[in-house]
Design a protein around this ligand. Structure first.
Ligand SMILES: CC(C)(COP(=O)(O)OP(=O)(O)OC[C@H]1O[C@@H](n2cnc3c(N)ncnc32)[C@H](O)[C@@H]1OP(=O)(O)O)[C@@H](O)C(=O)NCCC(=O)NCCS
Length: 153
C-alpha cells in the first residue's frame, strides 16, 4: 500500500480549472455522457461549488468538486476524478475523506454515480455510501444517475 502522506488537498487555483476540465472530458463516465471540455468547464464553475485539487509537490493528481448544501441542505460531491496514472493508489479515497470532513457540522453527504460506472460505485459502497434513488435519463438518455448517501460519523 502506497503512503499518501505527501498528498496535499487544497483549493484549486484559476490555472487548475483547465487541467480538471480536460481530465474530466478525457475519461469515463464523462466520455459516455458526452461532456466535452466546455461543458466540463461549465460544470466546474457552477455557482456555489468549491473545487479542490490533490497534489504531490507540483504534480496534479486529481480533484473533487463540492457543493456545501447541494442536496437537501447537506454537502454534495458533484464530481471527483484522479489522473489515470495516479488511480488505484488511494488518492480518490483521500479526496472523499477530505469531502466528508470539510463541513464539520454536516451529518450527511451525497453523491451521484452513473449506472454504468460500476468500479466507482464499488468504491463508494466500500466507504459506506448506500443507494437512495435513481434519476432515469438524467445525465444522458438511457443512462441513470444513482444518488448515494452516507451518514458522517
Ligand atoms: C473513481 C476515482 C476517482 C477513484 O480514485 P482512485 O484514486 O482510483 O481510488 P482509490 O485508489 O482510492 O480506490 C481504488 C478504487 O477506485 C475505483 N476505481 C479505480 N479505477 C477506476 C476507474 N478507472 N473508474 C472508476 N472507478 C475506478 C475502484 O473501486 C478501485 O478499487 P479496485 O481497484 O479494488 O477496483 C478514479 O478512479 C477516477 O478518476 N475514475 C474515473 C472518473 C470517475 O469514475 N469518477 C467518479 C465519477 S462518479
Amino acid at each position: 500500500m502506497n503512503s499518501n502522506d505527501d498528498v496535499v488537498i487544497g483549493p484549486a487555483a484559476e490555472a487548475d480549472y483547465d487541467w480538471c476540465a480536460r481530465l474530466m472530458a478525457g475519461t469515463e463516465p464523462w466520455i459516455t455522457l458526452g461532456r466535452d471540455v466546455p461543458r466540463c468547464t461549465a460544470s466546474l464553475r457552477r455557482p456555489h461549488a468549491e473545487l479542490f485539487l490533490a497534489r504531490r509537490g507540483a504534480q496534479r493528481l486529481g480533484f473533487i468538486l463540492l457543493q456545501a448544501q447541494g442536496v437537501a441542505g447537506s454537502p454534495y460531491v458533484a464530481s471527483v476524478a484522479v489522473a489515470a496514472e495516479a488511480r488505484g493508489l488511494g488518492v480518490g479515497s483521500e479526496l472523499l475523506h477530505f469531502a466528508e470532513r470539510r463541513y464539520p457540522a454536516a451529518r450527511h453527504i451525497f453523491l451521484c454515480v452513473s449506472d454504468f460506472n460500476t468500479r466507482a460505485r464499488a468504491l463508494y459502497e466500500r466507504r459506506g455510501y448506500t443507494l437512495v434513488g435513481e434519476l432515469k435519463d438524467y445525465a444522458a438518455p438511457g443512462r441513470s444517475e444513482l444518488l448515494m448517501h452516507k451518514v458522517i460519523e
